[in-house]
Structures are given as C-alpha cells and as structure tokens.
Design a protein around this ligand. Structure first.
Ligand code: SAH
Length: 250
C-alpha cells in the first residue's frame, strides 16, 4: 500500500516537474547549434513572401538561411519571424522581412556582384545580401550599431562583408563602382555621390521621401548620367541623417 502511494507520488513528480523542464526558460531550445525557429522561418517564407510576390528562388533561399532572431534582442526572439519591423536599439529598427526580401529581389543580383549598403543597422539585410553576392560593403552612421553588426556577422562566419562606421551619403569611393546599391533609410533625394558610384546599368533601391508618411520605395537603373526610375510601393523607414538632411533642408 505504502509502496503504491510512493509510486504515485513519484509518477506525479515526473509528470509535473521532469517532463516540463525543457519548456521552462523561453519556451524553446536555444542550445548551441540547434535552430528552434526553422518552422517559424519556413512559415514566414510561405505566408509573407511566397504568398505575395517574392518568387526568386535565390532570394527565398537566402531568407531561409539567415536567422533573423539572432539580429534582435533575445526578448524579441519570439516575434522575429512576424512580418513587421523590430527595435534594434539606438532608436533604429530592423526591416520587415517582406520589405527586405522585396528590396533584395528588385536588385536582380548576380553571384559575382559587389553591393553597397547604406544603413547596416542590425546587419540582417547585410547577411541576406552576403548570401547572394560576392562582396557586400555596408556603412552605418551609428558606431555602436556598426560595431555590433560587424562582430555578429563575423561570428556567423561571413567573410565577404566589410562594414564601416560613418555617413553613407558619400558612399565608399575606394570600392566603387558597385553593381547595386541599397539604402535602408529614407532620403529626400538620392545622394549624388551614390549615383556616381553605381555601374552603368546598375540598380539602386531606396525609400524616397522626407516625411515618414510619404515615403515610396523606388528603384533606379543607371542609364548614362541619369537614373531610370520606377516606384514599387509605399514604405516607412527611419530617416537618413547626416549630410543628406542638409542637402534636402529637413
Ligand atoms: N537594414 C537594417 C535596418 C536599417 S534601419 C537591418 O536589416 O537591420 C536604418 C539604419 O540606417 C539605421 O541603423 C540608421 O542609423 C542608419 N542610417 C541613417 N542615416 C545614415 C547615414 N547617413 N549613413 C549611414 N547609415 C545611416
């Protein structure tokens, strides 16, 4: 009788304490090497990218490779595969996955391309680009963000990314011309040095507009001294600061 009661107590103990142990913590297994968000990422690809207009297999593969949760704070991990921007500190945000994919797809990148990115932020978009092309140069005006993204991307094994802290308005002359340029902060007009640093036939994409409520995602293709422009959709990005503000009088 006593033995039966003891057995029941032990069984209950096992059910209540031992089995749920792995669930305590954040609700997922974050041990090294494991990827607790494979399913969430695949859902994101199916529902937020493929179900819309992202159909370039290389872009979809890159979006599947890059673990977005590692670019945000741990407290945001559970929201990392939802289709909206998230805070990354210093008042900045990581782009919404769909917009990151759309900007990448619009650039029609090729394996041997060299890309310039203005606005490294968390480094998420940088990683997506680095999955697709041979070299990515990225400039971030907030030094703490530039340093953090640099360390994170290096720790992930990316060897084809070069980041510097500074104002992206003037581009990166040393490595120009670029096959493509992506600006992930909103400018009132395209900084002329960036147009000069784009190859003939090269593509530039950016949120164009002074105010948060009137930004348009635009794509420019370089034809001689001008850009052939196309508007893609309405967007909301943080503003490009520094010299760009002066030149637009913001
Ligand atoms: N693509 C990033 C999100 C960028 S948010 C990601 O995936 O996380 C826009 C970034 O542009 C911010 O980090 C902001 O500090 C940076 N930025 C703003 N003005 C800039 C400038 N003139 N030069 C370089 N970076 C700038």
């Amino acid at each position: 009788m006593k033995q039966k009661i003891l057995f029941k107590i032990m069984f209950l103990w096992f059910l209540l304490i031992i089995i749920p142990l792995p669930l305590i913590h954040d609700g997922y297994d974050a041990s090294a090497g494991s990827d607790p968000f494979i399913t969430a990422r695949q859902q994101m690809i199916k529902n937020d990218l493929k179900a819309r207009d992202i159909d370039d297999p290389a872009v979809l593969k890159a979006m599947e490779q890059v673990k977005r949760h590692l670019f945000v704070e741990r407290s945001q991990w559970s929201a990392a595969y939802e289709d909206h921007p998230l805070p990354i500190g210093a008042g900045q945000t990581i782009s919404q996955p769909y917009i990151a994919a759309l900007m990448t797809q619009s650039l029609r990148l090729k394996k041997h391309d060299t890309v310039l990115e203005i606005g490294t932020g968390s480094g998420y978009q940088t990683a997506v680009l680095a999955e697709l092309v041979s070299r990515v140069y990225s400039i971030e005006i907030i030094k703490t963000l530039a340093d953090r993204a640099d360390a994170l991307l290096k720790s992930m094994g990316y060897r084809n990314i070069k980041i510097k802290a500074g104002d992206g308005y003037r581009g990166w002359e040393e490595y120009a011309p670029f096959d493509a340029i992506i600006i992930t902060c909103a400018a009132g007009r395209i900084p002329p040095p960036l147009i000069r640093q784009l190859k003939e036939g090269g593509r530039i994409i950016l949120p164009l507009g002074d105010s948060l409520f009137s930004q348009k995602l635009v794509l420019g293709i370089k034809r001689g001294d001008t850009l052939e422009m196309k508007t893609i959709t309405g967007v909301r990005f943080v503003p490009m600061v520094g010299e760009s503000e002066k030149s637009t009088g913001r």
